[in-house]
Design a protein around this ligand. Structure first.
Ligand code: PGA
Length: 259
């Protein structure tokens, strides 16, 4: 089986105005704009999406949102639908990020509804899962992670094309924004467990096809040893995706492992 195409997905969180987003794109090196051996995604705040749609048009960088509501339209003050994101050029949507789960009380059922709405509107979900430090120290956190995957993907009939489109990001909560990266062999072990679960759910071919990302204090200095791991197919990156130079370095770090 061909090696899975590496992914670098930037998660800008609640950072950058339209102007800042434009400055970022202007600072992206040409070789990064044209890179096609690594899948590049920028998940920007809603207000910067339209600007980025225009500015990224002639690049290989794809656009993503960081959240979405699953209903198609209606009285949901403050929410954004799949249709709206699609219309502004989004190909990806981050779903179930731990900040959404913890601060905004999103649960697995809601994440699953959002994931289905993302797929049925032609966009690709980045399903996030992760354990807190407390859960890790208490043991049995693997079970929580496997449950988050199973519940997040509930009701999905995993075809080859869906297996291409759905990304799963393992982001230990204690490693997010803390500078404490999860050791790459430990991250690989967890992603191996997830792939095993996906094999049980969908069979070996689909599980081998699916791309599993690691997230949590990924930096240009860590990416090469992470992407070399057998089950780490890419990274979801917060802080280190905010500067064009650093984003470009993350992409370069994966290049040798692209196809
Ligand atoms: P970080 O964030 O890279 O700043 O740790 C990752 C994320 O929350 O997606």
């Amino acid at each position: 089986m061909a090696r899975r195409k590496p992914v670098i997905a930037g998660n800008w969180k609640m950072n950058k105005t339209q102007r800042d987003a434009a400055d970022f794109v202007a600072a992206l090196p040409d070789h990064t704009r044209r890179e096609d051996s690594v899948e590049m995604i920028l998940c920007a705040p809603f207000t910067a999406l339209s600007t980025l749609q225009t500015l990224l048009k002639d690049t290989q960088v794809q656009l993503g949102a960081q959240n979405m509501y699953h209903e198609p339209s209606g009285a949901y003050t403050g929410e954004i639908s799949a249709d709206m994101l699609r219309a502004v050029g989004c190909q990806y949507v981050v779903l179930g990020h731990s900040e959404r789960r913890e601060i905004f009380q999103e649960n697995d059922v809601l994440v699953n509804l959002k994931l289905k709405a993302t797929l049925s509107n032609g966009m690709n979900p980045i399903l996030c899962i992760g354990e807190s430090l407390q859960e890790r120290e208490a043991g049995q956190f693997e079970e929580k992670l496997l449950n988050q995957v199973e519940l997040g993907l509930a009701g999905i009939n995993m075809s080859p094309s869906l297996a291409e489109r759905i990304l799963i990001a393992y982001e230990p909560i204690w490693a997010i924004g803390t500078g404490k990266t999860c050791d790459e062999s430990e991250a690989n072990r967890i992603l191996g467990l997830l792939r095993h679960k996906l094999t049980q759910l969908y069979g070996v071919d689909r599980a081998q096809q699916m791309r599993l990302l690691y997230g949590g204090s990924v930096k240009p200095s860590t990416i090469e040893s992470q992407i070399q791991q057998s089950d780490i197919d890419g990274a979801l990156v917060g802080g280190a995706s905010l500067e064009a130079e650093s984003f470009a370095a993350l992409v370069s770090g994966c290049k040798a492992f692209g196809n």
